[in-house]
Ligand binder design. Structure first.
Ligand SMILES: Nc1ncnc2c1ncn2[C@@H]1O[C@H](COP(=O)(O)OP(=O)(O)OP(=O)(O)O)[C@@H](O)[C@H]1O
Length: 404
């Protein structure tokens, strides 16, 4: 771990001196903790840091401490223990995965309520850079490393608690089940193909388009009450929503944040029964640099934008995937697009293959997988596939460095 003097988050390019905004709450940070994942994406985070971030750091007087992540969940462990009073922000030079680990680590602390207010920043250096793309696109900025570094406003960010019994995961980007999770995870076995693997596997998955039995229920945002049918209260699983859970397993939530305090029991839940081709919940518009599944998503509106597709011919589905590049898929009659405050997912088996389940992926992490799915790692999944998984949004709980 090295401490250096430099500068970051300014308004000039290529080493121009950075003016202090003079605004105490929204001014640029003076001391940063920088987490760098040398193994994310194309393994170029070190190069990005030294060639593009460090010169900007050196253009003004901000101290930074650089720490590389050495293994999976290292960032979460660091965020759980970091002396936060020493820093004005944590910046991840990585993909979205490390950022999400930091959020989870902060929320596992005893002092989670102050810890989660530490502004978080991201310099894209992974495969999934949906957060950086969403932040830059929101202000009409060109997606580039230097523009990401020039993020200087502190903006609130919704955090979603994904819950099943005692297992908790905190998400800031998305949760997906069905087609998108299958392509993301199953295409791992073709990693040797490089970036072509996703296109290749997408095509293959469309040709053998799967549907999954299942059931989703949700509390709609105002204006979206007409979607689905009225749900039976008895079908909403409130299991463990407000319990305090303390466990030693780092993947479980330790003493700390347990989810939003709002009671969802008296609200009117709506219901949609499957089969589904895909269900995709998003907190930000972009899931990666070239897919915008949720064009209406806002960082801190307190809602998740849900995309569901139930019935769709293969050719129309292929065209929907292409339209996701600019978000125009939401106009299709095959797509249901709505905003929700809370969501319950009960994933079922594959239509026509009752022994096979699906995959649930949140922020790039497999949180549950059914029987007969691709096993990409040995680690046991956080949640079981089948029982209901709950999602509730805490409006603006975290803070993110955002471009002007
Ligand atoms: N030194 C390391 N060795 C192996 N894995 C690591 C290391 N540091 C971090 N990781 C793990 O790498 C994963 C992906 O990291 P990151 O967010 O940077 O990239 P990504 O774009 O999400 O994923 P990827 O590039 O692997 O597809 C994270 O889950 C993190 O736990």
């Amino acid at each position: 771990m090295a401490e250096r003097r430099g500068a970051v988050f300014g308004s000039g390019v290529g080493g121009a001196r950075i003016r202090d905004s003079g605004d105490k709450d929204y001014g640029r940070p003076k001391r940063l903790f920088i987490l760098l994942n040398p193994y994310g994406g194309k393994r170029c985070a070190r190069k990005i840091f030294h060639n593009e971030v460090k010169p900007l750091l050196e253009a003004s007087d901000i101290l930074y401490t650089l720490q590389e992540t050495n293994y999976q969940l290292h960032a979460q462990e660091i965020a759980r223990k970091l002396e936060l009073l020493k820093f004005d922000g944590i910046v991840c030079v990585s993909g979205d995965g490390v950022l999400v680990e930091v959020v989870n680590g902060l929320l596992q602390r005893d002092d989670w309520d102050t810890a989660i207010k530490v502004p978080l920043g991201i310099v894209p250096a992974g495969t999934g850079n949906g957060m950086a793309k969403s932040l830059l696109d929101a202000v009409g900025g060109v997606y580039s490393i230097s523009n990401a570094v020039f993020a200087i406003i502190r903006a609130p960010l919704d955090v979603t608690t994904v819950l099943q019994g005692e297992a908790r995961f905190f998400s800031v980007l998305m949760l997906t089940w069905g087609f998108v999770a299958d392509v993301d995870i199953e295409s791992e076995k073709y990693r040797w193909m490089g970036s072509a693997r996703l296109d290749f596997y997408c095509f293959y998955a469309v040709m053998s388009l799967r549907k999954y039995h299942g059931h989703v229920q949700f509390v709609p945002a105002p204006g979206y009450e007409v979607y689905g049918e009225r749900a039976k209260q008895s079908e909403i699983c409130k299991d463990g929503i407000s319990e305090q859970v303390c466990r030693d397993d780092a993947r479980y939530h330790q003493c700390g944040y347990t989810g939003p305090k709002t009671s969802l029991e008296d609200l009117e839940w709506r219901s949609i029964k499957g089969p589904f081709i895909l269900v995709w919940l998003n907190n930000v518009p972009w899931s990666c640099e070239d897919a915008m599944p949720a064009p209406e998503a806002k960082f801190s509106d307190g809602y998740l934008d849900v995309v569901t597709i139930k019935d769709c011919p293969k050719s129309a589905f292929m065209s929907l995937l292409l339209k996701m590049k600019d978000g125009s898929h939401v106009k299709s009659p095959h797509v249901m697009y709505l905003k929700v405050k809370a969501f319950q997912l009960e994933p079922g088996q594959r239509v026509g293959s009752p022994t096979k389940g699906g995959i649930i992926d949140s922020d790039g992490e497999v949180i549950a997988r059914g029987e007969g799915t691709y096993e990409c790692h040995q680690q046991e999944d956080l949640m079981a596939y089948g029982p209901p998984i709950h999602l509730t949004v805490d409006k603006g709980l975290a803070t993110i460095f955002s471009p002007r």
